[in-house]
Design a protein around this ligand. Structure first.
Ligand SMILES: *[C@@H]1O[C@H](CO)[C@@H](O)[C@H](O)[C@H]1NC(C)=O
Ligand SMILES: *[C@@H]1O[C@H](CO)[C@@H](O)[C@H](O)[C@H]1NC(C)=O
Ligand SMILES: *[C@@H]1O[C@H](CO)[C@@H](O)[C@H](O)[C@H]1NC(C)=O
Length: 506
């Protein structure tokens, strides 16, 4: 009885959704069918977790840009700390480690690094002295450091300072660069530290700078040529999907000679995607996923070191508007250009609403100069209010709000069962989506979702139920939805795999 009941309830719900879709299709989104898309993630904007092999042959690959390191003095038994988070001395007196005790690398080459602290200063040696400080705000003029690992115990390290000598923690309050660093690696040698890697970034910045200017161009070209092919577009078109969302980085607009460490060739790949989209009659949502300076500090926005620097200067905003204008002008003649997403997942509070509003205004106008009818997609801020862009959107036409709904990335999902996960989608997410899907407001787009959760060892049937629940609920969005992503070594994150193996049935 239970099964029959829930089946008939499902049928009623599905019918209501179907009516909703039809009425939206006619009224709000005239002549436009609802978007059923897949993201081409990890292609033109690298994400290492989606294709780890891309990083395999980087020399010294633990030490890529942005890696967060903590160092415990073996003699004192306490962590190195940028006192006050930066701006003054380095001490060795902290019993536990978090932000102030984390040092992030800027890679110069496989052996040499600048080191950035919590408040963004770089490590160096006090002028006329040997004490270690974090005061410089310019990487170029800050110190160059090396990290020497013990060959049979790579988490025992010595740190070579710009003066050619090694750091030593003499006392809790005195860290100096004046050791020869040539003793045994014993625990009573003040130049020996125990290192932990607490954070890694594997984005476009890391892969290109990791391989360096000689090797990166070929590695990236091979990736662009092999990760997404024409046959993927034909598969997408034959799978019941009608669109692709293509994440791009700002450097692609600078092709063929983007600023270092980025390498040329990605624009050609994007051009091919647009040709294939046209050939297979797929719509394209072009998504500026990585904006200059990084709008969220994650690797998927090509952050160098985890900081959010997009929007902190006028220049990053103006540059982003130029990038949007470049892409729109280039692809507006292609009938597949359906929507332009001005920026992906800006993160609050690092990106303020007022800065974002100004950018969205300017970006909207840049799109309109070349594509009067394309949809303009505004991504909600991570940790922002769901309706905070509504006042801005009310002055725009063909405007869409993008929300990303994952049953992940928050502790609330940790202990949920299969049914609780599905209920969360059907009640909580459904309510959230209904709340922002209004008859006179912007259209709504679930621009990222995935059939993955924290449940361990779920069966295929359970994944199918989860996928179906999401497809039904996201079907209420007035613009449509896009799965994250087409290809991924993690099967459930690969829509290609999920469709071919019957986990998702469109
Ligand atoms: C790495 O960079 C440092 C500092 O610029 C330089 O002295 C060194 O020769 C470089 N090493 C390699 C292998 O390029
Ligand atoms: C660590 O040393 C610095 C510099 O002497 C001092 O200002 C700070 O209060 C000390 N912190 C702890 C936790 O002992
Ligand atoms: C989901 O919604 C239900 C019913 O409104 C509520 O009791 C529950 O706390 C919500 N779950 C989460 C994780 O927010």
């Amino acid at each position: 009885m239970k099964t029959i009941n829930s089946k008939s309830q499902l049928f009623v719900i599905a019918s209501v959704f179907a009516m909703f879709i039809v009425s939206n299709g006619r009224t709000i989104n005239s002549n436009n069918e609802l978007i059923r898309a897949v993201n081409l993630g990890g292609w033109l904007v690298t994400e290492g977790w989606m294709k780890p092999s891309l990083f395999d042959s980087i020399p010294n690959k633990d030490f890529l840009d942005g890696v967060g390191l903590q160092f415990k003095s073996t003699t004192i038994g306490k962590f190195l700390v940028a006192e006050l988070g930066g701006g003054t001395i380095i001490a060795a007196n902290r019993t536990s480690a978090s932000g102030w005790e984390t040092f992030r690398l800027w890679r110069i080459n496989e052996t040499s690094f600048h080191v950035r602290v919590f408040n963004k200063q770089f490590l160096g040696i006090e002028s006329n002295g040997v004490s270690l400080v974090a005061v410089s705000t310019e990487s170029e003029t800050s110190g160059i450091f090396q990290i020497i690992r013990k060959s049979d115990d790579p988490n025992r390290v010595r740190i070579k300072a710009p003066n050619g000598l090694f750091l030593q923690a003499k006392t809790e309050n005195l860290v100096t660069a004046d050791s020869n660093g040539d003793g045994q690696w014993s625990a009573n040698d003040p130049s020996v530290f125990e290192m932990s890697i607490v954070d890694r970034l594997q984005g476009e910045y890391q892969v290109t700078n990791g391989y360096g200017p000689m090797k990166a161009p070929k590695i990236m070209k091979d990736h662009w040529d092999t990760f997404i092919h024409e046959k993927d577009f034909s598969f997408i078109a034959n799978s019941g999907l009608n669109a692709v969302r293509i994440p791009v980085g700002w450097w692609t607009a600078k092709d063929p000679t983007p600023p270092k460490p980025y390498v040329g060739g990605s624009l050609e790949a994007l051009d091919r995607a647009f040709l294939w989209a046209k050939k297979y009659n797929l719509k394209v949502i072009l998504d500026l996923h990585a904006a200059p300076g990084s709008q969220n500090g994650y690797e998927h926005s090509s952050s160098r070191d985890g900081f959010i620097e997009w929007g902190q200067t006028e220049e990053t905003i103006e540059e982003s508007v130029r990038v949007i204008e470049f892409f729109t002008a280039r692809y507006a003649p292609n009938p597949s250009l359906y929507a332009v997403e001005l920026i992906n997942e800006p993160r609050a509070p690092g990106v303020s609403l007022s800065v974002l509003t100004k950018y969205y205004d300017d970006g909207y106008k840049a799109v309109r100069r070349h594509a009067p009818n394309a949809f303009v997609v505004l991504s909600n801020r991570l940790s922002g209010e769901p309706k905070e862009l509504f006042p801005l959107a009310s002055g725009m036409t063909a405007v869409v709000i993008d929300v990303h709904y994952y049953n992940l990335f928050s502790g609330i999902f940790n202990d949920l069962t299969v049914d609780q996960n599905i209920d969360f989608v059907k009640t909580n997410r459904s309510n959230e989506l209904q709340d922002i899907t209004t008859s006179n407001g912007p259209l709504t787009f679930v621009g990222e979702w995935v059939s993955e959760w924290q449940v361990q060892g779920a069966t295929k049937e359970e994944y199918q139920r989860f996928s179906n629940a999401q497809l039904q609920v996201w079907g209420q969005a007035s613009f449509g939805w896009a799965y994250w992503s087409l290809k991924n070594v993690n099967n459930h994150w690969s829509m290609d795999w999920m469709i071919k193996n019957g986990y998702i049935n469109l």
